[in-house]
Design a protein around this ligand. Structure first.
Ligand code: CO
Length: 293
């Protein structure tokens, strides 16, 4: 973990505020018939208007999709009444990132409020137990306990993560169940806690590509366009519009050369519904700050 001086902490908090505002905006935009593309563009613009950049493209993952769908270029997909939408967004202030998520049912009939509450309440409970030097499995155990109390299963192969500068998913993994892992959260860590609740078996697999990319590999070209524009944070195909002539061609060729990777959409194994809730948490030796609260 990079040493966190006051300047870094200030940027981490700024990114938290922008991420929270963006998530709030996205939740108000999601209605039957609205396009995912319009929702993403408006939400990401708010972060840019605040003088920051999105730490990753707005994820709008529907029903059995757990994560990693962002609208593609000219995407025509719209929200349908009854869709369970996981909305996941964050901001980056000079590489210091936030990551937060919530779930909404399009049209809000309340039919799935239990599923939505399960991940939200699990997150609340996890935030109450997180403190410096806690084992990650203790956070996972709490998440599992709450989700099970609603009659659902946590997703076992998806969880929270450490966040470092320009690195949204660093090595620390925070499980959504008691995986017996005694790795501890060190003071000075920035982490994301993200319970996922499922009406199915609680496992996800990789689905189709979700229009999200990231620089990859041991030899990142630091003089190249991707690094200059996005550093090592995830980006959307959409964000290349106006920057390169033929975004699809540039992406295809860069993927072929293994300069970038493409994230697959995560799907529930059994096709079941999933809800998610997420906050970014700064764990200091004497204080725990939820930066996206
Ligand atoms: Co996250």
């Amino acid at each position: 973990m990079t040493i966190l001086d006051n300047d870094a902490i200030k940027k981490i908090r700024n990114a938290g505020i922008a991420g929270k505002k963006a998530l709030e905006l996205a939740l108000t935009l999601i209605e039957p018939g609205t396009t995912l593309l319009e929702t993403a563009t408006k939400t990401e613009s708010l972060i840019r208007e605040m003088g920051m950049v999105p730490s990753f493209p707005l994820n709008l993952s529907i029903n059995s999709e757990a994560a990693h769908y962002t609208p593609g270029i000219n995407d025509k997909k719209t929200f349908t009444r009854g869709d369970i939408v996981k909305v996941d967004i964050g901001a980056s202030d000079d590489g210091y990132c936030s990551d937060n998520a919530a779930t909404v049912e399009v049209g809000e009939s309340g039919k799935h409020s239990n599923l939505i509450d399960a991940s939200r309440e699990a997150l609340k409970a996890a935030l109450k137990v997180v403190r410096p030097n806690i084992a990650v499995s203790r956070i996972g155990a709490k998440i599992e306990e709450v989700i099970a109390s609603f009659g659902f299963k946590p997703i076992r192969n998806l969880g929270g993560h450490g966040i470092e500068r320009n690195d949204l998913h660093s090595t620390v993994f925070i499980p959504n169940y008691d995986d017996m892992n005694m790795t501890t959260i060190r003071p000075g860590s920035l982490i994301a806690i993200e319970p996922f609740a499922s009406t199915g078996i609680g496992m996800i697999h990789n689905g189709q590509p979700g229009n999200i990319y990231m620089l990859d590999g041991p030899n990142i070209d630091k003089n190249g366009m991707f690094y200059r524009e996005f550093n090592t944070l995830p980006f959307a195909a959409r964000w290349l519009e106006g920057k390169v002539e033929k975004p699809d061609k540039v992406l295809r060729e860069s993927l072929g050369r293994k300069q970038i990777l493409s994230f697959p959409v995560f799907r529930e194994h059994s096709g079941a519904l999933i809800s998610q809730a997420e906050h970014t948490v700064l764990v200091l030796s004497d204080e725990v700050i939820v930066t996206t609260a």
